[in-house]
Design a protein around this ligand. Structure first.
Ligand SMILES: Cc1cc2nc3c(=O)[nH]c(=O)nc-3n(C[C@H](O)[C@H](O)[C@H](O)COP(=O)(O)O)c2cc1C
Length: 227
């Protein structure tokens, strides 16, 4: 794409940050992206997806989880089937005309979380994405690849043009990082030990916020030209 392609009428690029975020980590990464775009004078809108499906909404409307393991596992069968569910989206996804869509996707059970999948499979995704460049920001404990591949395919199916991606994972081996995450999901607090195991930090670090800024600056250069 040339530098002038993909700009709004006023010449100011318009960016949409489209995401689902339960514990706020994906929102934090996109906060950093928003800062970078705004510093360049771009127009930025946010479209957080709300998970309204009656089968799950109660569990995912409160944080920390009331009963961590049953709540955490509640979406596993649906995630495995790659099922969709009820969601609500802000008007921006229907009314806006964007030059770049940044998609924030936390992993749920190794793949795209149900709320984002539901949007990307809906009829509303095509008018938003058709012919538009998009980038993917994956946030998870460990399993980013299948999530990224799925988001990329779903958005491309709606006519989106993939530009770039970045992923953020949390430190530690399989068991300690899982215990660190579930301890956080169940308490909303960071603990050093859980069930006798020393825990690594979970969630997005300050260094990862910096990495999100650097990635976003490169992305902006790529899509709109260097500033
Ligand atoms: C229901 C659920 C399932 C998850 N499954 C996975 C998984 O399979 N692999 C993984 O790496 N992380 C998994 N995670 C961790 C999330 O990707 C991680 O908590 C991330 O911070 C969520 O982003 P958010 O804070 O924006 O909601 C899961 C989290 C939840 C709540």
């Amino acid at each position: 794409m040339t530098e002038l392609e993909g700009r709004g009428d006023a010449g100011t690029p318009r960016i949409l940050l489209l995401y689902y975020s339960y514990t706020g980590q994906t929102a934090k990464v996109l906060d950093a992206a928003e800062e970078v775009f705004r510093k360049r004078g771009y127009q930025v809108d946010r479209a957080p997806i709300s998970f309204t499906d009656p089968r799950y909404s109660e569990k995912f409307s409160r944080f920390p989880m009331r009963r961590v393991w049953p709540d955490f596992l509640s979406v596993l069968p649906a995630q495995t089937r790659k099922a969709t569910g009820d969601i609500r989206t802000p008007d921006e996804v229907r009314t806006g005309d964007y030059d770049l869509v940044c998609i924030g996707s936390p992993t749920w059970w190794r793949t795209v979380n149900m709320p984002l999948r539901s949007f990307l499979m809906s009829h509303e995704a095509r008018p938003l994405l058709d012919g538009k460049p998009f980038a993917v920001y994956v946030v998870c404990r460990r399993y980013w690849r299948e999530n990224l591949t799925a988001v990329r395919k779903l958005a491309q199916k709606k006519g989106g043009r993939f530009v770039d991606s970045v992923h953020f994972t949390y430190p530690g081996g399989q068991l300690p990082s899982m215990l660190s995450l579930t301890s956080y999901l169940g308490s909303g607090e960071y603990k050093n030990r859980y069930l006798g195991v020393k825990l690594p930090p979970t969630n997005i670090s300050d260094e990862q916020v910096e990495e999100a800024r650097r990635f976003t600056a490169r992305l902006a250069d790529k899509v709109f030209g260097k500033q």
